[in-house]
Design a binder for this molecule. Structure first.
Ligand code: FES
Length: 167
């Protein structure tokens, strides 16, 4: 005599989850849609109340001590887009942004001039226009010495192109 167990198979041919009624299905879809809409509302509300802060670069910057710049030198500070020009009469801080359409100019050591690569404007080291479509000379910024002896450039302060910092 063999000791066998009978296996009983489920009699239903229904797929798993088929006992979900149409009403239950619609309820779950509605709850899901409301949940998504609620999360969207929370995100929009959070963004609305978050401060919209625009981080702009500082308008004042230190350019090191005067002895870093030999007399008759033009030094381009790429981060600030400013030339530190040292002439016998003193220091100038000259904008490197062309007054024509705002391209960044380049110092040409061999030609001893500042040139704009876009439309060919040329400027003397102190920013005076030599030729080209630029309508004005390159602007000069305020330059001073800090209490500890460093050059301080203020890009918000516009000064005459004859105003040099004597050291
Ligand atoms: S932008 Fe410099 S010459 Fe046009």
């Amino acid at each position: 005599m063999s000791d066998t167990k009978e296996l009983t198979l489920p009699q239903s041919n229904a797929a798993p989850g088929a006992d979900l009624t149409r009403r239950d299905f619609l309820n779950q879809v509605t709850i899901g849609a409301l949940g998504i809409a609620g999360l969207g509302s929370v995100a929009v509300t959070y963004q609305f109340f978050s401060p919209n802060v625009l981080f702009e670069p500082a308008t004042q910057f230190r350019a090191g001590t005067p002895d870093l710049y030999p007399i008759h030198s033009v030094t381009y500070l790429q981060d600030q887009q400013v030339y530190i020009v040292r002439m016998p009469e003193g220091f100038y801080a000259v904008s490197a942004v062309c007054t024509h359409l705002g391209c960044i100019t380049q110092w040409k050591e061999e030609a001893q001039m500042i040139a704009c690569p876009c439309h060919g404007s040329k400027f003397k080291p102190d920013g005076i226009k030599l030729e080209g479509p630029a309508p004005r000379p390159l602007p000069h910024f305020g330059i001073s010495l800090t209490a500890d002896g460093e050059l301080l450039v203020d890009k918000l302060q516009s000064v005459k192109n004859t105003q040099a910092l004597k050291t």
